[in-house]
Design a protein around this ligand. Structure first.
Ligand SMILES: C[C@H](O)[C@H](O)[C@H]1CNC2=NC(N)=NC(=O)C2=N1
Length: 95
């Protein structure tokens, strides 16, 4: 798996509303109704991460969820990060 170029990252980000390339990672912040909603979505995302064997750097404060996706093995952004970002979007939309 190889790191994507800045140009390729910007191109692929066009299909991911609300996500940005910041600090060498794909980043977004979601806001939910309350902690229960946030944690429920995190649980669903966690199972997906296990299935993909790709994991986020994330933090949760009450109803907000900040997600940062990068590939630790290559120290950059790869197709794996975009795949997980799209899966996370599907999970959020289906809630
Ligand atoms: C051994 C295992 O495949 C690796 O440690 C996986 C697990 N999850 C991972 N998650 C992320 N974000 N980056 C990785 O490089 C990574 N590597």
């Amino acid at each position: 798996m190889k790191n994507l170029s800045d140009q390729e990252i910007e191109k692929q980000l066009a299909d991911l509303e609300g996500w940005e390339y910041e600090n060498f990672a794909l980043e977004t912040t979601f806001e939910f109704k309350n902690f229960k909603e946030a944690f429920s979505v995190m649980t669903r995302i966690a199972f997906e991460c296990e299935a993909l064997n790709h994991h986020p750097d994330w933090s949760n404060v009450y109803n907000t969820l900040h997600i940062r996706l990068s590939t630790h093995d290559t120290n950059g952004v790869t197709e794996k990060d975009f795949k997980l970002a799209h899966r996370i979007e599907e999970i959020i939309v289906s809630e």
